[in-house]
Design a binder for this molecule. Structure first.
Ligand code: PFF
Length: 440
């Protein structure tokens, strides 16, 4: 449940639709699903395996399994990746909180797409508002880690996750009744292969890693907490399935509405915030629906930020244990929260345009954090983890952990080993160089 909570978040509902919209709809969806099966699933298993086998979070996992420090650098890169993701993820979580309050006051009542777009641009240029909502999100996440109430949140999300799914099904049903919704369905499900470029493939790969929380050690940490009898293969299949279902459902909600309301599908990060309020207004009990939906979205975001921050907090505690100034968990939570707040402040300053040197190469720090984490750091970390498990760990340990059913156990393990040894590393390098235009 916790792993699913980490995976299902803004990546599915906010990011997936706009990345799909910018990358051609149907063609993107097809490549995305292939990426989840070919890379997502084996890499989910890889991270959970590293965590479960070592019983350690990122900092201790590699050195425990290899009994030396040669892979220690990877834990540092994972920690940095977590910081970079948090630098923009908390900003988007802040947007959700803002829309939650807007739902309570019913502020978007009667607005059409154009005024909703204006409303969003107003929010994004409003430094104090964005900062306060994002800081609120950081503080809430820090409070969960501080009071160690992750278990409570997990129990809560056991009820709330199905509720979010039900809500999304209802919204999909409503959207499909809109005039012109079939154009959106066609856009999302009909693959136009002329739109398939190396950049689309890289975008799908990056989105797959981001959405499944692969390539920054969150799943290593969760693997370490996994009960002995829990099956890694089954857990991975369940998480990948649920995560993809939520993303596809988000697409089914957003795209028909995009076309029915006359919004540009390639709009960018503002896409869902322009379309969702208008959809919610069309639901029965629109006021309650809005409050319910944005609160569920906020909670889905927080279960993801918890897993992000947990990695960095555990890292800080463990690294400092070997120095003259060891940090206990509480001190680590404070240190990490302050660092994240500094990054969030830089990100928001760059979006609101001052100081101007925070806009680098014509892009805001928000764009940089987003693209760098999904399309560079996460694939490269995952690449290194695949090599680590495929080439540097004994095979029998893997066979033992990957399945509890004796019959298929060795079959799954054999396939898995070949995939992480050859397919995953070679394909990541190819997609990567291709997508960056370095190799055609
Ligand atoms: N998978 C999360 C989402 O889709 O919103 C984002 C995320 C969480 C990425 C945790 C990485 C991570 F470690």
């Amino acid at each position: 449940m916790a792993t699913a909570g980490s995976a299902v978040g803004l990546g599915n509902i906010w990011k997936f639709p706009y990345i799909a919209g910018q990358n051609g709809g149907g063609a993107f969806l097809l490549v995305y699903i292939i990426c989840v099966i070919l890379f997502g699933l084996p890499l989910l298993m890889t991270e959970l395996y590293i965590g479960k086998q070592s019983g350690k979070s990122v900092y201790g996992a590699f050195r425990t399994l290899r009994k030396n420090n040669r892979w220690q650098w990877l834990s540092w890169v994972c920690m940095l990746t977590g910081l970079v993701i948090m630098g923009f993820y908390f900003v988007v979580t802040g947007w959700c909180f803002h829309y939650f309050t807007a739902a309570i006051t019913h502020a978007y009542k009667g607005m059409d797409s154009a005024s909703l777009l204006d409303h969003f641009h107003g929010l994004v240029s409003d430094f104090p508002t964005m900062l306060s909502y994002s800081f609120l999100a950081v503080l809430l996440t820090a409070a969960v880690l501080w009071f160690d109430v992750n278990k409570g949140i997990e129990r809560l999300s056991k009820i709330l996750m199905p509720l979010l799914l039900i809500m999304m099904f209802l919204m999909a049903g409503r959207v499909l009744m809109l005039d012109g919704s079939n154009i959106g369905i066609q856009f999302f499900f009909q693959a136009d292969f002329s739109k398939l470029t190396p950049q689309v493939v890289l975008a799908a790969l990056g989105q797959c890693f981001f959405s499944l929380s692969i390539g920054m050690g969150a799943l290593i940490t969760y693997g370490a907490y996994m009960p002995k009898e829990q099956d890694i293969t089954i857990t991975s299949v369940q998480v990948a399935f649920l995560d993809t279902l939520v993303a596809i459902l988000a697409g089914i909600i957003i795209f028909p509405a995009v076309f029915a309301f006359g919004v540009n599908p390639a709009e960018g990060p503002e896409l869902v915030f322009v379309v969702l309020p208008e959809i919610l207004e069309k639901m029965s009990f629109s006021w309650l629906s809005g409050i319910l939906f944005f609160s569920l979205l906020g909670i889905a975001a927080i279960t993801s930020t918890i897993s992000l921050m947990e990695v960095v907090v555990a890292f800080a505690t463990e690294v400092s244990a070997h120095t003259r100034h060891p940090l206990n968990r509480h001190k680590s939570v404070i240190l990490v929260s302050i660092t994240v707040m500094v990054m969030v402040t830089a990100c928001i300053s760059s979006m609101t345009g001052s100081p101007s040197w925070l806009i680098i190469g014509g892009h805001t720090l928000f764009d940089w954090f987003d693209k760098l984490s999904s399309c560079v750091f996460m694939p490269l970390n995952a690449f290194a983890m695949a090599l680590f498990v495929g080439w540097f760990l004994p095979k029998d340990g893997i066979a033992h952990q990957l399945g509890n059913q004796p019959g298929i156990k060795t079959y799954i393990a054999d396939c898995y080993i070949q995939i992480v040894r050859f397919l995953v590393p070679l394909a990541i390098i190819a997609i990567f160089l291709n997508g960056l235009g370095l190799w055609k």
